[in-house]
Design a protein around this ligand. Structure first.
Ligand code: COA
Length: 217
C-alpha cells in the first residue's frame, strides 16, 4: 500500500482545509519557491530553487504515490496558500518528519500555519498512531518557531552554526512533539493506572496501528 492510503482526501479545520495536491498546483509551487524570502527561510542553499528542481520535488514529494503532502486551502474562498507534509515515516519507531510552507506571503502571521500544523499533528497521533513528530527550523525563522511552539512542539536540540545566511552562521533547531505531549494538550495530565505501561499510543477503532506503517527511510 502506498502512503496515499494513510491520508484522507481532506482534513477540515476551522479556517483551513487540507487537501491532496492537484497537478495544477505546480504553478503555485514554482511561484512560491522562486521567492527569495521563501527560499531564505526554507533552503539550505543560498538563492532560490531552480525551476527544474521545483518540478522534480513536486513530482516526487508532493504528488508522487509515496508522498504525504497536503495542500493548505482557506475554507472560505478555497484559495491555495501553501503545503504541509510528513516525510521519513518510520513505522519501526513510530516517527515522522514534518514540513510546512505557506507560499502566499500575505497569508503569513494569520494563524493558518499553526492551524495546519495542529491538524497534521492530530492526524499523526490520533489516526496514524505515531509516537513522535519532529522538525528542523533555522534559528532566525522566529515566525515558524513561534507557530511550532503554539502547536505544541518543544526545542530538543540545536545543530550549532549549521546554516550560513545573511553573512553569518546560525543554529538549526530540532523540535519535536510526542504522543504523550499531544495527549496532555488534548486531554490534560493523565494518571496511568496500575500496570499501564504504554501510555502514549493512540488507540480505538479509528487509529491505524503504527506497526502497519511501512518503513520509508
Ligand atoms: C512558518 C509558517 C508555516 C508559520 O505559519 P503562519 O501562519 O505564518 O504563523 P502563525 O500566524 O500561525 O503564527 C506565527 C506566530 O509568530 C508571530 N510572528 C509573526 N511574524 C513574526 C516575526 N517576523 N517574528 C517573530 N514572530 C512573528 C505571530 O504573531 C504568531 O504568534 P502569536 O499568535 O503568538 O502572535 C509560515 O509563516 C511559512 O510558511 N513561512 C514561510 C516558509 C517557512 O518559514 N516554513 C517553515 C520552515 S521550517
Amino acid at each position: 500500500m502506498t502512503h496515499r492510503g494513510w491520508f484522507p482526501d481532506s482534513i477540515t479545520g476551522e479556517r483551513i482545509v487540507l487537501r491532496r495536491h492537484m497537478p495544477e498546483n505546480l504553478l503555485a509551487f514554482r511561484r512560491w519557491y522562486a521567492d527569495p524570502e521563501v527560499a531564505r527561510l526554507t533552503r539550505y542553499q543560498e538563492g532560490i530553487m531552480p525551476v527544474a528542481e521545483i518540478d522534480r520535488f513536486f513530482q516526487a514529494r508532493v504528488v508522487g504515490p509515496d508522498s504525504m503532502a497536503l495542500a493548505i486551502h482557506l475554507r472560505d474562498s478555497d484559495r491555495l496558500i501553501g503545503t504541509c507534509a510528513f516525510s521519513q515515516l518510520d513505522g519501526d519507531n513510530g516517527s515522522a518528519l514534518y514540513h510546512i510552507t505557506i507560499g502566499e506571503k500575505d497569508a503569513w502571521g494569520l494563524g493558518y500555519g499553526t492551524e495546519a500544523t495542529t491538524l497534521m499533528i492530530e492526524h499523526a497521533f490520533e489516526r496514524l498512531g505515531l509516537h513522535r513528530v519532529s522538525l528542523s527550523v533555522f534559528a532566525f525563522n522566529e515566525r515558524a518557531i513561534r507557530a511550532y511552539r503554539k502547536a505544541g512542539f518543544v526545542v530538543e536540540g540545536r545543530a550549532r552554526q549549521s546554516i550560513w545566511r545573511d553573512g553569518r552562521y546560525w543554529d538549526e533547531l530540532q523540535m519535536s512533539m510526542l504522543d504523550t505531549d499531544w495527549a496532555v494538550r488534548e486531554r490534560g495530565p493523565q494518571t496511568p493506572g496500575p500496570g499501564v505501561v504504554d501510555v502514549g499510543r493512540s488507540s480505538g477503532s479509528e487509529t491505524i496501528p503504527v506497526a502497519r506503517i511501512e518503513r520509508t527511510s
